[in-house]
Design a protein around this ligand. Structure first.
Ligand SMILES: [Fe+2]
Length: 371
């Protein structure tokens, strides 16, 4: 029944039911696939029509659609109905900005396209993240996701670190303990980041399709680069690449003292990345600037905002400044008052208005709510 949730495994995993009329994923995905491969009549048969090497192109074709406003809104409504009420009721949350599509063809091991066992934790998801995994085709036997229960997952995680297991070892251990998640049309699977999960070799004769999506609840501790603003977005704020004004005089600015974001990566490497991003956006910067190594208040950034002819500054990320948060906003306001555009490629935010400044503030406050 739609809306039903069946908890399992100490309430850390659950099967949910959704309305296939409201969310006709199979038809939507087939429709989109046929724009590229009109001869494929069933998603399950894609491997009969294209080579494994072409799967990358197909994923790219879907990726563009799945970050569009159209799909983002569908994904958002779906998550609001079938994931958020169970994992973060009455709590603010963000969503994964780019949903993930997976296709598992028969005998995928032979082609080297194989998803080994892993946890969300070892792949960098904060603990306040929850996943909804939605097969688009029927998922059963060896074509489906395989899952290890909570108790065994915890035990394996401890041993992996204590005994420094190889990937081969944990794959074997997980394969011995896991169960296949059987999913019918109109069902999805919820799970937490500490569960070991992955694939075994698909010995069925169909390609399994699925997509996955995650929420990040307020108050989560963010300790790596899967951050709010880039990896996660707020509802109603879909991923969009801004248009930069190429007529402005642009400069690249890197604060190499912002270790929380840059770590110990040399500033000239970070700068190259920002520089390349600008060029891809049709802008050729006229200069670059670094912060002074021994400072903590970004004096060089202030100088370039207030006392130079630069009208656009590209900074790697909204997180890539050493300054305290109040000082950060002081400088962002200075930029706004002087009509200096700030572009943050990691979050794809062009700060050229008060509403963009408000957006940055909301993201940073969300991040700080758990740290
Ligand atoms: Fe995963």
């Amino acid at each position: 029944m739609v809306g039903t949730i069946q908890y399992q495994d100490d309430n850390t995993q659950a099967r949910v039911e959704y309305d296939t009329q409201e969310f006709p994923f199979y038809d939507m995905f087939l429709d989109h696939l046929q724009k590229k491969h009109p001869n494929v009549k069933r998603l399950e048969d894609i491997h009969k029509h294209i080579e494994m090497s072409e799967f990358v192109d197909v994923r790219h074709h879907f990726f563009k659609w799945m970050v569009s406003k159209e799909y983002s809104q569908i994904a958002e409504t779906y998550v609001a109905k079938h994931l958020a009420p169970h994992v973060c009721p009455n709590q603010e949350y963000m969503l994964q900005a780019i949903p993930m599509l997976r296709m598992v063809p028969p005998n995928q091991l032979k082609s080297g396209y194989f998803l080994m066992f892993h946890t969300g934790t070892i792949t960098g998801y904060p603990e306040g993240v929850d996943t909804i995994w939605t097969p688009i085709t029927r998922a059963y036997d060896s074509n489906t996701m395989h899952m290890v229960n909570r108790a065994d997952s915890d035990r394996i995680s401890k041993l992996v670190n204590a005994e420094q297991w190889s990937v081969k070892r944990w794959q074997k251990e997980c394969e011995d303990l896991c169960f296949p998640v059987t999913i019918e049309k109109g069902q999805a699977w919820l799970f937490k980041q500490y569960h070991w999960h992955g694939n075994v070799n698909n010995e069925t004769d169909i390609t399994r399709w699925s997509w996955d999506m995650r929420t990040l609840k307020q108050g989560s501790i963010i300790d790596n680069n899967r951050r709010p603003g880039s990896y996660f977005r707020f509802p109603n704020d879909h991923h969009e690449t801004p248009a930069l004004d190429p007529k402005r005089k642009w400069s690249v600015y890197v604060d190499q003292t912002a270790e929380e974001w840059c770590g110990t990566i040399p500033h000239y490497i970070v700068r190259e990345w920002v520089w390349t991003k600008l060029q891809k956006m049709g802008v050729t910067p006229t200069s670059w600037n670094n912060e002074h190594f021994t400072t903590t208040w970004n004096p060089n950034l202030e100088h370039h905002i207030c006392h130079s002819d630069i009208k656009g500054l590209a900074l790697p990320s909204i997180y890539s400044l050493r300054s305290e948060i109040t000082r950060k906003f002081e400088m962002f306001k200075m930029a706004l008052e002087r009509d200096v555009h700030l572009y943050f490629p990691a979050e794809e935010i062009l700060m050229d208005s008060q509403s963009k400044l408000d957006k940055i503030q909301r993201i940073l406050e969300f991040t700080n709510s758990g740290n």
